[in-house]
Design a binder for this molecule. Structure first.
Ligand SMILES: Cc1cc2nc3c(=O)[nH]c(=O)nc-3n(C[C@H](O)[C@H](O)[C@H](O)COP(=O)(O)OP(=O)(O)OC[C@H]3O[C@@H](n4cnc5c(N)ncnc54)[C@H](O)[C@@H]3O)c2cc1C
Length: 419
């Protein structure tokens, strides 16, 4: 607040779950917040995710085991990983850092840093759900990971269970027909299941974003529907460039997901941000809809019950932000859904592709720019941005207020070491 009791003027760049959460929590503190995004709220990557509010994401994506699997995965047309070879040269520096992040010493460190965020995320959602009136969109009950053999189950979840135990994250393991007593729609081929009981699910991620946007706009928040072309920070000023004009603000929050790299560079930080692209297709809901989010472990895909049907989400495609979508791989998974869920139908109602914003160590960038402390970074939430969006909004609000933070932000600094 200034001497007249007025809040700061703040531009939040990006209206995905992360930017919207920042905008609403900053507005709640009395700041005059302008959301800047050419798209409608939540129409970016926050639109099409699997809707899991994860309490269990404590194992980084990069582990020594993951890397052993990579060569075979790249040649398997249904695996959870694909690479456009034409993008390989651009991706190499990112991949080299990803390799380095898979060393045990780094896995240990990064898992603690992810855990610190995931631990605080549910409380931030509880506040957001209430604030945005979104209680009807969120269901408790958990997430079931499904395997069709004991070996497949061990391969896919053995290490994960070690980490869950270590961090005290609750889970259950089921075998045989017990699985179908818990979730009657699970197919007969499934023999083993890992039940992550503390996870919740959102039945429409885009509607969750829209409710946050509505709460923000109803209280007088502004939405400037334009792309930000760059930042103008000369001489200690803080401006965003839109339509060739400079608009001044006291504080700028960069929350443009996978598109945040150039804006961060304007604020003096070259971060190795790239994208792990992801796809979904919507299938008709089976007659008996699943109660839980289901994950097929081999090959890896998720079946998430949503308001508009059964959402089948795919793994990761490494192809940068500009390449057009290629739906062939996710379509190949559609017939496999039947192995995991009774009554799954092969009719594709809609298709979607989005960009997970990812740093090679799997951690987001949250915090102030070193040389421009009134520029705040809030991007790079990779596979768990829906989970971490509201928490990030709270952290950004705490930073602007100068409050002592619950979480040490040094692991998420823009200028941390990636090697
Ligand atoms: C298939 C898939 C499944 C997933 N499942 C889950 C899950 O179950 N649980 C979970 O927690 N996470 C999940 N995720 C990850 C999650 O969806 C993302 O981490 C999250 O949506 C990122 O949110 P964001 O706000 O950072 O980015 P986005 O939602 O992409 O929003 C960024 C916004 O910035 C805007 N923008 C870009 N450039 C500019 C500019 N120059 N000026 C102004 N605006 C700009 C864009 O228009 C966009 O609206 C999944 C992702 C995928 C792809």
């Amino acid at each position: 607040m200034n001497a007249a009791g007025e809040g700061r003027t703040i531009a939040v760049i990006g209206g995905g779950i992360v930017g919207l959460s920042c905008a609403l929590f900053l507005q709640d503190e009395g700041h005059r917040v302008t959301l800047v995004d050419p798209r409608e709220p939540g129409e970016g990557t926050s639109f099409g995710n699997a809707g899991v509010l994860s309490a269990s994401s404590v194992l980084p994506i990069a582990t020594p085991g993951t890397l052993r699997k990579v060569p075979a995965m790249l040649f398997d047309k249904t695996s959870a990983l694909s690479l456009r070879w034409s993008y390989m040269p651009r991706m190499l520096p990112w991949l080299a850092r990803f390799l380095l992040a898979s060393r045990w010493s780094r896995v240990e460190r990064h898992s603690q840093s992810i855990r610190a965020l995931v631990d605080h995320a549910p409380a931030a959602h509880d506040i957001m759900i209430q604030r945005a009136g979104a209680g009807d969109l969120v269901k408790a009950g958990g997430w079931l990971k499904l395997a069709r053999s004991a070996e497949g189950f061990e391969r896919a979840t053995g290490l994960e269970r070690q980490f869950l135990r270590r961090y005290g994250v609750p889970f259950e393991v089921y075998e045989g027909d017990v699985i179908r007593e818990i979730e009657p729609c699970v197919g007969d081929e499934v023999t083993h299941a890992l039940h992550l009981t503390a996870n919740r699910r959102v039945t429409s991620p885009v509607e969750y974003s829209r409710r946050i946007a509505r709460a923000f706009l109803e209280r007088g928040g502004q939405h400037l529907k334009m792309p930000v072309l760059g930042l103008d920070l000369l001489g200690g000023a803080h401006g965003i460039i839109v339509e060739g004009k400079r608009r001044p603000f006291d504080t700028i929050v960069i929350a443009a997901g996978a598109f945040s790299g150039n804006l961060a560079a304007d604020a003096g930080h070259r971060v190795p941000l790239d994208t792990e692209r992801g796809y979904h297709v919507t299938l008709p809901m089976p007659e008996k809809p699943p109660e839980y989010t289901l994950q097929a472990l081999e090959p890896g895909f998720v079946l998430a019950p949503m308001l508009d049907g059964l959402r089948l989400t795919s793994g990761v495609e490494l192809a940068g932000i500009h390449a057009p979508p290629d739906f062939r791989r996710v379509r190949r998974l559609v017939p496999l859904a039947r192995r995991y869920i009774r009554g799954a139908r092969e009719e594709v109602l809609s298709e979607w592709q989005g960009h997970r914003p990812s740093l090679p160590d799997g951690l987001p960038v949250i915090g102030r720019a070193r040389t421009h402390p009134n520029v705040i970074f809030a991007f790079g939430h990779q596979h768990i941005g829906l989970t971490l969006g509201p928490l990030t909004g709270r952290i950004v609000a705490d930073l602007v207020a100068g409050r002592t933070l619950e979480i040490d932000l040094s692991p998420y600094a823009a200028d941390r070491s990636f090697i």
